[in-house]
Design a protein around this ligand. Structure first.
Ligand code: HEC
Ligand code: HEC
Length: 216
């Protein structure tokens, strides 16, 4: 009798079915993520995840899964978006609890959003990119010279974010509306870099970050 385990055909069939099962769960996650996105997120973040100034909801399309999951968990557990001087954060904090209730929803929606094409939102704020380049030197240590982020340092890509959102978040870090919760280690790391910036430097550095988009 031929041992089934030694039969190469059996092994091939087995690995194919395991692979298909993995792909299927990946697909169902993404499908569930898309359903959640269309039902909840698109109203504020835009149908392509490109961000919407009227709602204060930024471009999230193509942000990496690790960052999306970390932020959504942060909103759900209340270490982001609880501060009284962070009204937009509060909106998202409440939303995260209403929209993502089933087990696996948070991961599914993060996978779907990460799969969307990153956008280049239009510019709304003037600033001096040449002066900003100087100030960006220190930011590059974590966010990269190309602004594409660094997973090891938990620093997200910032190059495809809306300029008004960059300004809003830098302000939040500066005034202590973000990055102050004792559990928010990574937020605190970022806050240390924002506190020293003045209004003018914030505008200039944001203007410089926008110029990085043009580079391949
Ligand atoms: C009622 C409007 C609204 C809805 C609906 C909404 N959001 Fe948001 N979201 C916001 C706002 C406003 C912010 C900006 C928060 C801040 O200022 O810190 C935000 C921020 C975020 C961030 C942080 C982005 C970053 O760069 O750090 C993520 C991730 C996010 N939302 C994902 C989602 C997902 C996924 C959904 C759907 C399940 C969703 N949002 C639904 C308004 C909304
Ligand atoms: C020591 C590393 C480090 C340096 C230097 C640094 N950052 Fe960050 N930055 C981070 C981390 C980590 C996060 C994510 C914080 C979190 O999880 O909420 C972050 C988040 C941000 C965000 C929020 C992104 C979003 O999607 O909400 C902006 C904007 C930002 N940084 C801009 C800057 C700018 C501009 C500078 C330079 C003045 C800078 N950072 C310097 C580590 C750094």
């Amino acid at each position: 009798m031929i041992s089934l385990r030694r039969n190469p055909a059996y092994l091939v069939a087995l690995s194919v079915s395991v692979l298909t099962a993995c792909q299927e769960s990946q697909v169902s996650d993404i499908a569930r993520g898309e359903e959640l996105f269309d039902m909840w997120c698109s109203a504020c973040h835009g149908t392509e995840g490109q961000g919407k100034l009227e709602t204060g909801a930024p471009a999230i399309a193509g942000l990496p899964g690790w960052y999306l999951e970390a932020q959504l968990s942060g909103f759900q557990s209340g270490f982001r978006g609880k501060h009284q001087e962070d009204p937009t954060g509060q909106t998202m904090q409440r939303m995260s609890l209403v929209a993502l209730v089933e087990e696996g929803d948070l991961t599914s929606v993060a996978k779907y959003v990460a799969s969307l094409e990153p956008r280049s939102p239009e510019l709304t704020i003037g600033g001096d990119p040449i002066l900003g380049a100087d100030a960006y030197g220190v930011c590059a240590n974590c966010h990269g010279v190309d602004g594409k982020g660094n997973e090891e340092l938990r620093a997200p890509p910032i190059v495809q974010l809306n300029d008004w959102y960059l300004i809003q978040e830098l302000e939040n870090f500066r005034i202590g509306a973000r990055g102050v919760h004792p559990e928010d280690v990574w937020g605190a790391m970022m806050r240390g870099n924002a506190v020293a910036l003045d209004d003018e430097t914030v505008k200039n550095v944001v203007a410089y970050i926008q110029t990085l988009r043009a580079e391949p």
